[in-house]
Design a protein around this ligand. Structure first.
Ligand code: XBP
Ligand code: MG
Length: 253
């Protein structure tokens, strides 16, 4: 199969946004609202089982705060907290403290130079994607991506395959000619459910997830000076040391 497009997850894949980005942004929104909710690093790791910030807050209440007195307008409160959290999160990105992961910018530029199409498929809010791309690659990078499929554009978030199907539909491509990039089990299930092969770059929150369905699992995309470590290889990397377009094409074949 000829490789036509690369489709990227955002959180955990393009950048390590969860622990030092989303998590403190949630905590600031909770503090602003005078709530006694606080998500430490370990608890946040457990909460990541549920994708989507609004869904995650509901899950927190159900699972960890059954006795917390719910207001009549809980949906409204969740919505306001999420809006505040997005504001805090994008402000954090503007401070520039969250870089792209190793190899991401290189691979994006290689794909562009070779005419391989690019897309995003993520559960995160569109503003978060815009802010991350603009603050790491510059505002023009938003145009590198033919479709940015994000957030509530589909009702069922990952692990449901809907967001990948949405991106494929928008590009008028079949899954066999695309490669997905993910960092988590929920993301991998979503990509696989849409019929895509996927490369996983693990991070501290996802290292122990079940990635049996991945084509390749590595610790990073890597660079010539900073090669990846192969953690699981369902298709051979044939001695490759970082993920470039030739390897992407080989994995698809
Ligand atoms: C990312 C997420 C998101 C972010 C927060 O999952 O789960 O919920 O944590 O985003 P994935 P919002 O990387 O699999 O897409 O608060 O904007 O929902
Ligand atoms: Mg992710």
């Amino acid at each position: 199969m000829k490789l036509e497009a690369l489709i990227f997850d955002v959180d955990g894949t393009l950048a390590d946004t969860e622990r030092d980005g989303h998590r403190p942004a949630f905590n600031r929104a909770f503090a602003d609202a005078g709530l006694d909710w606080h998500w430490d690093v370990a608890l946040y790791g457990e909460l990541l089982a549920v994708t989507g910030g609004k869904e995650r807050m509901r899950h927190y209440l159900d699972r960890y705060r059954p006795d917390w007195p719910r207001p009549a307008d809980l949906d409204d409160l969740i919505g306001r907290l999420h809006t505040a959290k997005t504001r805090h999160y994008t402000a954090l990105l503007a401070e520039g403290g969250i870089p792209l992961r190793s190899g991401v910018e290189r691979l994006l530029r290689e794909a562009r130079a070779a005419g391989v199409r690019l897309a995003i498929a993520t559960t995160t809010t569109p503003d978060n994607v815009t802010a991350l791309l603009a603050h790491t690659l510059g505002p023009e990078a938003l145009r590198w991506f033919e479709v940015i499929a994000a957030g509530d554009v589909v009702p069922a978030k990952k692990p449901a395959p809907d967001i990948y199907r949405y991106a494929l539909q928008a590009m008028q491509l079949s899954p066999e000619v695309c490669l997905a990039f993910e960092d988590s089990e929920n993301g991998l299930r979503s990509a696989r459910g849409a019929g895509l092969l996927a490369v996983v770059t693990v991070n501290d929150y996802t290292r122990d997830h079940d990635f049996a369905g991945a084509t390749l699992v590595v610790d990073q995309l890597g660079e010539p000076q900073q090669p990846f470590r192969v953690l699981r290889e369902n298709a051979s990397v044939n001695g490759a040391r970082w993920l470039d377009l030739p390897l992407a094409r080989q994995l698809l074949a």
